[in-house]
Design a binder for this molecule. Structure first.
Ligand code: BT5
Length: 254
């Protein structure tokens, strides 16, 4: 905690050596009334989760595996934009920390030189149409080495250590991340998503590209043209303009 400059995010930290998933623990704490800004952080996750039940590799001491509890007073429609806010915070933290240019692939991937260095998993509980709490899970590959990744993801995943060719200070990076996150979150509370949307547009690799979007029910192809005021991805498809709030995006090579 020493040297933390934030007043909300990370003021209270719950640290584990090993845990199933920090998101699961954070949701349990949120259910019991834990206050906004509390962060659950683990050295290792045995059941780190991605979207749709996918696995998130979280080896001991090598990454930043954490979940932030938020209680924004917003309607449920605003929740997807919190994932994009987190992505901007991570990209800015990486840039400020070590100068690497991080780009965001909608909705939840942070890429450096085309490889995934961070993933975000946002989970929410709502009462009627109002958000009760949001848990933002961030998995940031700090000091993983190539052999820490299972073979099948080695060509699409990376870490800051691999990129910089040296071990990095996770504590300093976490401090930067909390700082960026808190400023963006304050901006979001005061002005909504729109100022963050502009930043997001500056750091994304999705707009202007031919994409394929897999939703649970169908597959669409088209040109990604914009992001809506609530964080949806606008795609011009053959069947007309569609807005997506979730789904898997692959950038089509052309
Ligand atoms: C994500 O899912 O990218 C969200 C990952 C969120 C992880 C954090 S860690 C703290 C918190 N607690 C949790 O339990 N989760 C959150 P998705 O877009 O579904 O991507 C998952 C896919 O990324 C996997 O199927 C692999 O292909 C790949 N992958 C797995 N582990 C990875 C890693 N460490 N680095 C890069 N790619 C990885």
């Amino acid at each position: 905690r020493a040297g933390l400059s934030t007043s909300c995010i990370g003021r209270n930290i719950v640290h584990y050596h090993e845990v199933g998933s920090t998101n699961t623990v954070a949701k349990q704490l949120a259910e019991r009334g834990e206050r906004e800004g509390t962060v659950v952080i683990a050295e290792k996750q045995t059941e780190g989760r991605g979207r749709l039940g996918r696995r998130w590799e979280s080896p001991y001491g090598k990454g930043i595996w954490l979940s932030i509890i938020l209680r924004p007073r917003v309607a449920t429609d605003a929740a997807p934009s919190i994932t994009l806010l987190a992505a901007v915070a991570v990209a800015k933290a990486i840039k400020n920390f070590c100068g690497l240019e991080a780009l965001i692939k909608w909705p939840n991937d942070i890429l450096v030189r085309g490889k995934k260095v961070c993933g975000i998993l946002t989970e929410m509980k709502a009462d009627m149409d109002v958000v009760e709490y949001v848990v933002v899970g961030i998995g940031l590959n700090a000091n993983l080495e190539v052999q820490d990744f299972p073979e099948e993801i080695r060509d699409k995943a990376t870490s800051l250590r691999i990129l910089l060719n040296k071990k990095i200070s996770r504590v300093n990076l976490v401090r930067k991340l909390f700082g960026e996150f808190e400023s963006l979150y304050n901006l979001f509370r005061e002005h909504g998503f729109s100022p963050i949307r502009s930043m997001w547009k500056e750091m994304n690799t999705t707009l202007g590209q031919q994409v394929q979007v897999n939703t649970l029910t169908s597959v669409y192809s088209g040109l990604a043209v914009d992001i809506t005021e609530d964080g949806g991805l606008v795609v011009e498809t053959k069947e007309g303009t569609k807005v997506f709030y979730g789904g898997e995006v692959s950038l089509r090579k052309h």
